[in-house]
Design a protein around this ligand. Structure first.
Ligand code: UDP
Length: 347
């Protein structure tokens, strides 16, 4: 399969690229590095089946060329993370809506399959115990910036389904529920890497609000294998799928669990939402997926429990911290005198 991943240098995109290359697929990636880290694809650059372009998907000519060269487009490029959304609403709305519009327009010219990465945010503040793909979406008012992310992604979904119905474009929509794993950064507010970094550094672990908000966390490896299986399943076309995990936890419990698994003595600090995100912020108190549809269509089953997932994330961050320390120590230590400089030959 020849695949294009928009946003392929990001956390999920780079794991997806890696999984596809492992299967022997060809992978092209386009990313503007707005939130992606080029280090994420460093090991992939040696693979002859991999190519990457650092540019924006708003470069129409380039995007058209990349879409033409692919059988399947995984559209992951988006403005992500609650922090970014609250701080840069114009960028969020424009990137998400215009970017998807362009990808669908280009894909429709050559009828390429498009998998759209949407989000569990679209369910908004529904109080249902489990969110199903055919549920109503319950968003807050437009003056609360947070909901612009959900609304922009909902528009993306409407547009993708319109292309499917009106133009026969094969599209698949996935709603991802708090994906976590190595390479995810805490810079954009995501709770797991933030708690892990805080616990390892012995800093206070910042629980926003009461800490009673409930989430479930999905292993990135399970997410990418689900995305790959979906694009290979004809029955998935024109459909929406939750991709998540059944195991639930409150954010306060999560902080305690991370602390315990990281053997940390960090304190838990409660931070009011308006201090964390600015005034008028509204959180989703409850967010859990019904995954029966994806189980039924592709036999999806999460492979790791939360403790195992957190263990792997902690291990990753420990290694990163060690590497950083080694690098800094090397930079600071005086260089050994060069024997060559003294005119000696080194054999
Ligand atoms: N959160 C927290 N402390 C942090 C970062 C996030 O308590 O340092 C909370 C956040 O308010 C939300 C949950 O953790 O209730 C998950 O946040 P994240 O941004 O990871 O994902 P969301 O579920 O909001 O999309």
């Amino acid at each position: 399969m020849k695949c294009l991943i928009t946003g392929g240098v990001g956390f999920i995109g780079s794991h997806l690229a890696e999984a596809l290359l492992r299967r022997g697929d060809r992978v092209a990636v386009i990313d503007d590095l707005s939130t992606g880290n080029i280090e994420n694809i460093a090991p992939l650059k040696r693979d002859g089946k991999f190519e990457y372009v650092i540019d924006t998907i708003f470069n129409r000519g380039l995007l058209a060329e990349l879409v033409d060269g692919a059988d399947v487009v995984f559209h992951l490029a988006a403005a992500v993370g609650v922090k970014l959304i609250v701080e840069s609403p114009v960028r969020t709305i424009e990137t998400n809506i215009k970017g998807t519009e362009l990808v669908l327009e280009m894909a429709a010219r050559k009828k390429r399959t498009v998998l759209l990465a949407s989000t569990s945010e679209v369910y908004g503040k529904s109080s249902k115990a489990l969110f199903r793909e055919d549920d109503d979406l319950v968003l807050g008012p437009t003056f609360k910036g947070r909901w612009s992310y959900a609304a922009s992604k909902a528009v993306d979904e409407f547009l993708a389904l319109a292309y499917y119905r009106e133009k026969g474009l094969p599209v698949i929509i996935t709603r991802l529920f708090n994906t976590v794993g190595p390479r995810q950064t805490g810079h954009y507010g995501m709770v797991v890497p933030r708690f892990v970094e805080q616990a390892l550094a012995g800093q206070p672990m910042t629980v926003y609000g009461s800490g009673e908000q409930v989430r479930s966390f999905t292993w990135v490896g399970d997410v990418v294998s689900a995305l790959i299986r979906l694009v290979e399943t004809p029955a998935a076309v024109g459909e929406i799928f939750n991709v998540g995990h059944r195991e639930k936890i409150t954010i306060f419990e999560l902080a305690q669990l991370v602390r315990e698994l990281a053997h940390s003595s960090s304190l838990v600090e409660f931070v009011p939402y308006d201090v964390a995100y600015g005034e008028g912020f509204e959180d989703m108190m409850y967010r859990l997926p019904d995954i029966s549809k994806i189980e039924h269509v592709i036999g999806y089953e999460p492979t790791l429990c939360l403790k195992e997932i957190l263990g792997l994330v902690i291990e990753f961050h420990r290694r990163k911290a060690r590497e950083k320390l080694e690098y800094e120590t090397q930079r600071q230590s005086p260089r050994p005198p060069s024997r060559q400089a003294a005119g000696e030959r080194v054999l």
